[in-house]
Design a protein around this ligand. Structure first.
Ligand code: ZN
Ligand code: ZN
Length: 311
Protein backbone atom coordinates (compact mmCIF):
# COMPACT_ATOMS: atom_id res chain seq x y z
CA UNK A 1 0.00 0.00 0.00
CA UNK A 2 1.31 3.41 -1.06
CA UNK A 3 1.10 6.77 0.73
CA UNK A 4 -1.64 9.00 -0.73
CA UNK A 5 0.72 11.97 -0.85
CA UNK A 6 3.98 10.48 -2.15
CA UNK A 7 5.37 7.26 -3.69
CA UNK A 8 6.64 5.94 -0.33
CA UNK A 9 5.24 2.87 1.40
CA UNK A 10 2.32 3.68 3.75
CA UNK A 11 2.76 2.92 7.46
CA UNK A 12 -0.85 3.56 8.47
CA UNK A 13 -4.19 3.18 6.76
CA UNK A 14 -6.87 5.64 7.91
CA UNK A 15 -10.19 4.16 6.86
CA UNK A 16 -12.17 7.02 8.45
CA UNK A 17 -10.45 9.48 6.09
CA UNK A 18 -10.27 6.92 3.28
CA UNK A 19 -6.51 7.45 3.03
CA UNK A 20 -3.06 6.08 3.96
CA UNK A 21 0.20 7.81 4.92
CA UNK A 22 3.95 7.15 4.98
CA UNK A 23 5.80 8.09 8.18
CA UNK A 24 6.56 11.65 7.01
CA UNK A 25 3.00 12.37 5.93
CA UNK A 26 1.53 10.68 8.99
CA UNK A 27 3.63 13.05 11.11
CA UNK A 28 2.40 16.02 9.08
CA UNK A 29 -1.20 14.84 9.38
CA UNK A 30 -1.04 14.38 13.17
CA UNK A 31 0.68 17.71 13.85
CA UNK A 32 -1.74 19.41 11.44
CA UNK A 33 -4.73 18.02 13.34
CA UNK A 34 -3.29 19.28 16.63
CA UNK A 35 -2.68 22.74 15.17
CA UNK A 36 -6.24 22.76 13.84
CA UNK A 37 -7.60 21.76 17.28
CA UNK A 38 -5.61 24.54 18.99
CA UNK A 39 -6.78 27.23 16.55
CA UNK A 40 -10.42 26.20 16.09
CA UNK A 41 -11.03 25.90 19.83
CA UNK A 42 -8.87 28.94 20.72
CA UNK A 43 -6.89 26.78 23.14
CA UNK A 44 -3.80 28.98 23.43
CA UNK A 45 -1.57 31.48 21.60
CA UNK A 46 2.07 31.06 20.49
CA UNK A 47 3.31 33.08 23.49
CA UNK A 48 1.25 31.27 26.13
CA UNK A 49 2.93 29.00 28.67
CA UNK A 50 1.45 25.51 28.72
CA UNK A 51 1.64 22.81 31.40
CA UNK A 52 1.20 19.29 30.00
CA UNK A 53 -0.06 16.52 32.29
CA UNK A 54 2.16 13.55 31.44
CA UNK A 55 1.70 9.92 32.53
CA UNK A 56 4.37 8.09 30.50
CA UNK A 57 1.71 6.76 28.10
CA UNK A 58 1.70 7.43 24.34
CA UNK A 59 -0.92 10.18 24.34
CA UNK A 60 0.60 12.56 26.86
CA UNK A 61 4.18 12.08 25.65
CA UNK A 62 3.14 12.49 22.00
CA UNK A 63 1.22 15.64 22.99
CA UNK A 64 4.26 17.11 24.74
CA UNK A 65 6.49 16.27 21.76
CA UNK A 66 4.05 17.72 19.21
CA UNK A 67 3.64 21.00 21.14
CA UNK A 68 7.43 21.38 21.37
CA UNK A 69 7.89 20.57 17.66
CA UNK A 70 5.21 23.13 16.78
CA UNK A 71 7.24 25.70 18.73
CA UNK A 72 5.03 26.15 21.81
CA UNK A 73 6.41 26.72 25.31
CA UNK A 74 5.32 23.56 27.10
CA UNK A 75 6.55 22.20 30.43
CA UNK A 76 5.20 19.03 32.03
CA UNK A 77 4.06 17.65 35.36
CA UNK A 78 4.18 13.96 36.27
CA UNK A 79 2.33 12.62 39.31
CA UNK A 80 4.05 9.58 40.82
CA UNK A 81 1.14 7.55 42.22
CA UNK A 82 3.30 4.90 43.89
CA UNK A 83 1.63 1.98 42.09
CA UNK A 84 4.51 -0.56 42.14
CA UNK A 85 6.45 -1.30 38.96
CA UNK A 86 3.82 0.46 36.83
CA UNK A 87 4.66 3.83 38.37
CA UNK A 88 8.37 3.08 38.33
CA UNK A 89 8.40 2.19 34.62
CA UNK A 90 6.17 5.06 33.56
CA UNK A 91 8.29 7.51 35.51
CA UNK A 92 11.48 6.23 33.85
CA UNK A 93 9.87 6.70 30.42
CA UNK A 94 8.92 10.29 31.28
CA UNK A 95 12.40 11.08 32.62
CA UNK A 96 14.12 9.61 29.57
CA UNK A 97 11.83 11.54 27.23
CA UNK A 98 12.62 14.75 29.15
CA UNK A 99 16.37 14.23 28.71
CA UNK A 100 16.16 13.30 25.03
CA UNK A 101 13.42 15.55 23.68
CA UNK A 102 12.17 18.17 26.12
CA UNK A 103 15.39 19.52 27.64
CA UNK A 104 16.99 20.30 24.26
CA UNK A 105 13.88 22.43 23.55
CA UNK A 106 14.33 24.27 26.87
CA UNK A 107 11.33 22.58 28.54
CA UNK A 108 11.25 21.28 32.11
CA UNK A 109 9.61 18.40 33.99
CA UNK A 110 8.24 18.58 37.55
CA UNK A 111 7.52 15.39 39.50
CA UNK A 112 4.92 15.29 42.25
CA UNK A 113 5.36 12.37 44.68
CA UNK A 114 2.03 11.31 46.11
CA UNK A 115 3.56 9.26 48.92
CA UNK A 116 5.71 12.17 50.13
CA UNK A 117 3.13 14.93 49.73
CA UNK A 118 -0.12 13.19 50.62
CA UNK A 119 1.38 10.82 53.21
CA UNK A 120 0.40 7.54 51.46
CA UNK A 121 0.50 6.14 47.93
CA UNK A 122 -2.66 6.04 45.78
CA UNK A 123 -3.77 2.45 46.57
CA UNK A 124 -3.29 3.00 50.34
CA UNK A 125 -4.96 6.39 50.19
CA UNK A 126 -7.99 4.83 48.45
CA UNK A 127 -8.16 2.06 51.08
CA UNK A 128 -7.94 4.51 53.97
CA UNK A 129 -10.86 6.54 52.73
CA UNK A 130 -12.86 3.55 51.39
CA UNK A 131 -13.06 4.76 47.83
CA UNK A 132 -12.20 3.12 44.49
CA UNK A 133 -8.53 3.56 43.53
CA UNK A 134 -9.33 5.41 40.28
CA UNK A 135 -11.53 7.90 42.12
CA UNK A 136 -8.83 8.72 44.72
CA UNK A 137 -6.26 8.96 41.91
CA UNK A 138 -8.54 11.30 39.93
CA UNK A 139 -9.00 13.58 42.94
CA UNK A 140 -5.24 13.83 43.56
CA UNK A 141 -4.33 14.34 39.89
CA UNK A 142 -7.04 16.96 39.18
CA UNK A 143 -6.00 18.84 42.29
CA UNK A 144 -2.25 18.72 41.72
CA UNK A 145 -2.42 19.59 38.01
CA UNK A 146 -4.72 22.53 38.65
CA UNK A 147 -2.57 23.80 41.51
CA UNK A 148 0.68 23.46 39.53
CA UNK A 149 -0.86 25.33 36.58
CA UNK A 150 -2.03 28.23 38.74
CA UNK A 151 1.02 28.43 41.01
CA UNK A 152 3.47 28.03 38.13
CA UNK A 153 1.87 30.99 36.35
CA UNK A 154 0.90 28.87 33.31
CA UNK A 155 -1.82 30.14 30.98
CA UNK A 156 -3.32 26.74 30.34
CA UNK A 157 -3.13 23.06 31.27
CA UNK A 158 -3.15 20.44 28.49
CA UNK A 159 -4.05 16.74 28.76
CA UNK A 160 -3.57 13.89 26.27
CA UNK A 161 -7.25 12.90 25.93
CA UNK A 162 -7.88 11.65 22.39
CA UNK A 163 -10.96 11.01 20.25
CA UNK A 164 -11.37 7.49 21.69
CA UNK A 165 -11.35 8.87 25.24
CA UNK A 166 -13.84 11.60 24.45
CA UNK A 167 -16.20 9.35 22.47
CA UNK A 168 -16.12 6.71 25.25
CA UNK A 169 -16.82 9.36 27.86
CA UNK A 170 -19.68 10.73 25.76
CA UNK A 171 -21.15 7.23 25.41
CA UNK A 172 -20.99 6.76 29.20
CA UNK A 173 -22.61 10.15 29.81
CA UNK A 174 -25.37 9.45 27.28
CA UNK A 175 -26.06 5.94 28.58
CA UNK A 176 -26.67 7.36 32.03
CA UNK A 177 -28.10 10.67 30.80
CA UNK A 178 -25.65 12.64 32.90
CA UNK A 179 -26.89 15.98 31.69
CA UNK A 180 -24.65 18.01 33.94
CA UNK A 181 -21.55 16.16 32.67
CA UNK A 182 -22.74 16.42 29.06
CA UNK A 183 -22.92 20.20 29.45
CA UNK A 184 -19.32 20.37 30.60
CA UNK A 185 -17.79 17.81 28.20
CA UNK A 186 -15.60 19.88 25.91
CA UNK A 187 -12.10 19.97 24.37
CA UNK A 188 -11.66 23.41 25.98
CA UNK A 189 -12.77 24.47 29.45
CA UNK A 190 -12.10 28.16 30.11
CA UNK A 191 -10.66 29.35 33.41
CA UNK A 192 -14.02 29.91 35.03
CA UNK A 193 -13.14 31.62 38.27
CA UNK A 194 -10.19 32.61 40.39
CA UNK A 195 -8.31 29.39 41.15
CA UNK A 196 -9.53 27.20 38.28
CA UNK A 197 -7.08 26.81 35.38
CA UNK A 198 -8.07 26.74 31.72
CA UNK A 199 -7.98 23.11 30.50
CA UNK A 200 -7.54 21.90 26.93
CA UNK A 201 -7.36 18.58 25.03
CA UNK A 202 -5.38 19.22 21.82
CA UNK A 203 -5.52 15.54 20.72
CA UNK A 204 -9.33 15.35 20.55
CA UNK A 205 -9.32 15.14 16.73
CA UNK A 206 -7.05 12.05 16.70
CA UNK A 207 -7.72 8.39 17.50
CA UNK A 208 -5.66 6.23 19.82
CA UNK A 209 -4.45 4.22 16.84
CA UNK A 210 -3.24 7.31 14.98
CA UNK A 211 -1.37 8.58 18.04
CA UNK A 212 0.22 5.17 18.69
CA UNK A 213 1.46 5.09 15.07
CA UNK A 214 2.76 8.66 15.43
CA UNK A 215 4.63 7.74 18.63
CA UNK A 216 6.24 4.72 16.97
CA UNK A 217 7.41 6.48 13.79
CA UNK A 218 8.74 9.38 15.84
CA UNK A 219 10.55 7.05 18.24
CA UNK A 220 8.70 8.14 21.36
CA UNK A 221 9.32 5.46 23.98
CA UNK A 222 6.19 5.08 26.13
CA UNK A 223 4.70 2.66 28.65
CA UNK A 224 2.41 0.28 26.78
CA UNK A 225 0.63 -1.29 29.78
CA UNK A 226 -2.51 0.36 31.10
CA UNK A 227 -2.52 1.20 34.81
CA UNK A 228 -3.10 -2.14 36.66
CA UNK A 229 -5.79 -0.41 38.76
CA UNK A 230 -7.89 0.43 35.68
CA UNK A 231 -8.67 -3.24 34.89
CA UNK A 232 -12.39 -3.73 34.37
CA UNK A 233 -13.01 0.02 34.25
CA UNK A 234 -16.22 1.00 32.43
CA UNK A 235 -14.32 3.29 30.06
CA UNK A 236 -12.46 0.29 28.60
CA UNK A 237 -15.78 -1.45 27.88
CA UNK A 238 -17.14 1.65 26.13
CA UNK A 239 -13.95 1.95 24.06
CA UNK A 240 -14.21 -1.69 23.03
CA UNK A 241 -17.84 -1.25 21.93
CA UNK A 242 -16.94 1.87 19.92
CA UNK A 243 -14.00 0.06 18.30
CA UNK A 244 -16.34 -2.67 17.12
CA UNK A 245 -18.72 -0.10 15.65
CA UNK A 246 -15.76 1.70 14.05
CA UNK A 247 -14.59 -1.52 12.38
CA UNK A 248 -18.07 -1.99 10.88
CA UNK A 249 -18.41 1.62 9.73
CA UNK A 250 -15.28 3.78 9.80
CA UNK A 251 -15.87 7.31 11.05
CA UNK A 252 -18.49 6.35 13.67
CA UNK A 253 -16.45 7.67 16.60
CA UNK A 254 -15.71 10.94 14.83
CA UNK A 255 -19.35 11.51 13.84
CA UNK A 256 -20.63 10.59 17.30
CA UNK A 257 -18.36 13.05 19.09
CA UNK A 258 -18.18 15.86 16.56
CA UNK A 259 -21.94 15.98 15.98
CA UNK A 260 -22.33 16.22 19.75
CA UNK A 261 -19.94 19.19 19.88
CA UNK A 262 -21.85 20.88 17.06
CA UNK A 263 -25.24 20.44 18.72
CA UNK A 264 -23.83 21.50 22.07
CA UNK A 265 -22.40 24.72 20.60
CA UNK A 266 -25.81 25.51 19.05
CA UNK A 267 -27.70 24.80 22.26
CA UNK A 268 -25.41 26.79 24.55
CA UNK A 269 -23.04 29.26 22.88
CA UNK A 270 -20.82 29.30 25.98
CA UNK A 271 -20.27 25.54 25.66
CA UNK A 272 -18.03 23.96 28.22
CA UNK A 273 -18.14 26.96 30.51
CA UNK A 274 -19.51 26.82 33.99
CA UNK A 275 -23.14 27.59 34.68
CA UNK A 276 -24.34 30.43 36.87
CA UNK A 277 -25.06 28.03 39.72
CA UNK A 278 -21.43 26.88 39.67
CA UNK A 279 -20.30 30.46 40.13
CA UNK A 280 -22.78 30.99 42.91
CA UNK A 281 -21.85 27.87 44.87
CA UNK A 282 -18.06 27.80 44.44
CA UNK A 283 -15.93 29.42 47.12
CA UNK A 284 -12.33 29.02 48.28
CA UNK A 285 -11.56 25.89 50.35
CA UNK A 286 -11.04 26.95 53.97
CA UNK A 287 -7.92 24.80 54.15
CA UNK A 288 -6.10 25.28 50.81
CA UNK A 289 -8.13 28.09 49.11
CA UNK A 290 -8.65 26.20 45.84
CA UNK A 291 -12.28 26.58 44.65
CA UNK A 292 -14.85 24.13 46.01
CA UNK A 293 -18.63 23.86 46.47
CA UNK A 294 -18.26 22.61 50.05
CA UNK A 295 -16.38 24.31 52.90
CA UNK A 296 -13.36 22.04 52.61
CA UNK A 297 -12.45 20.64 49.17
CA UNK A 298 -12.56 16.88 48.48
CA UNK A 299 -8.77 16.73 48.22
CA UNK A 300 -8.20 18.31 51.65
CA UNK A 301 -10.89 16.06 53.16
CA UNK A 302 -9.18 12.99 51.71
CA UNK A 303 -5.72 13.96 52.96
CA UNK A 304 -7.08 14.86 56.42
CA UNK A 305 -8.81 11.47 56.69
CA UNK A 306 -5.68 9.67 55.56
CA UNK A 307 -3.62 11.52 58.17
CA UNK A 308 -5.98 10.64 61.04
CA UNK A 309 -6.08 7.02 59.92
CA UNK A 310 -2.29 6.68 59.85
CA UNK A 311 -1.53 8.64 63.05
ZN1 ZN B 1 4.11 10.14 1.98
ZN1 ZN C 1 -8.60 22.23 49.89
Amino acid sequence: MKCRKCPAQAVLKLPRHNTAFCSTHLTDFVRGQVERAIKSQKMFHPNDRILVAVSGGKDSLALWEILLKLGYQADALYVDQGIGTYSQTSREKVERFTELVAKPCGATLTIHHVEEEEGANIPDLANLIHRPTCSACGTVKRYQFNRATIQGGYDVMATGHNLDDEAARLLGNVLHWQEEYLQKQSPMLPASMEGFAKKVKPLYRLTEREIAAYAIVNRIDYIVEECPMSKGAKMLVYKDVLNRLEAESPGTKHTFYFQFLKKQAKAQPTQGSMTQTDHATLKPCTSCSQPTSTGICSYCKMVARAKTATS
